[in-house]
Design a protein around this ligand. Structure first.
Ligand code: AMP
Length: 208
């Protein structure tokens, strides 16, 4: 199954992608994760995109599409894949349609106040990437990952100014994809303003 997870930042696409990956055994491809890995490894791409990502703006389509096209050409995507955070513009969606056919687009909906609450409290482990939230999923010891003992940090783009910019960018550039994929008959809506177990129960019904 080839699927796209659509929705604003903080909708929980990444959390659901990990669960779907375990359920269907297909790769989870997050452009945000690929860019963060490039930044961490200080590759040419990473150096180019760091400031853009820190501000919460979108990386240009040419760079993003090339990254995804390369990733989808790898053998593990034959049975299907989960695209998390891509496409984010209609230009990216048009480019994707040229090199792959999509089976379903799951559209996660969540209110803006809840997004801000989630993103501003989000903490991530520097070592293993595990996610926490200061109120809803606190680590046992503040600032330390329960799983590996790594240091927890706040993403630069989870600062309030960047969060607001990302929401504006989402509304302007990414939200039009809802009607784009509705017109193609591919959209399935899921209310993502609930606990992960409830959201996943609905997702499971959609993916069979
Ligand atoms: P995410 O982890 O999906 O929230 O992505 C983090 C950041 O990476 C975004 O705010 C963008 O700056 C960049 N990014 C991720 N995916 C894309 C994409 N499909 N197009 C452009 N920029 C992207």
């Amino acid at each position: 199954m080839k699927m796209i997870l659509l929705g604003p930042p903080g909708a929980g696409k990444g959390t659901m992608a990990v669960r779907i990956k375990d359920e269907l055994n297909i790769p989870h491809i997050s452009t945000g994760d690929l860019f963060r890995a490039a930044i961490k490894n200080q590759t040419e791409l990473g150096v180019k995109v760091k400031a853009i990502i820190d501000r919460g703006d979108l990386v240009p389509d040419e760079l993003t599409v090339a990254l995804v096209e390369e990733r989808l050409s790898q053998g593990d995507t034959e049975k299907g894949y989960i695209l998390d955070g891509f496409p984010r513009t209609t230009g990216q969606a048009d480019a994707l349609a040229v090199f792959s056919a999509i089976d379903v687009v799951i559209n996660f909906t969540v209110k803006e106040e809840e997004i801000i609450r989630r993103l501003s409290g989000r903490r991530l482990c520097r070592e293993c990437g595990a996610g926490y939230h200061v109120e809803s999923i606190p680590p046992k010891q503040e600032g330390i990952c329960d799983k590996c003992g790594g240091e927890l940090y706040v993403r630069d783009d989870d600062q309030i100014d960047s969060i607001r910019n990302r929401l504006n960018v989402y509304a302007g550039s990414t939200e039009p994809l809802i009607s784009y994929y509705t017109d193609k008959g591919l959209i399935k809506d899921v209310d993502a303003g609930r606990a992960p177990e409830e959201v996943f129960a609905d997702v499971k019904k959609l993916i069979g």
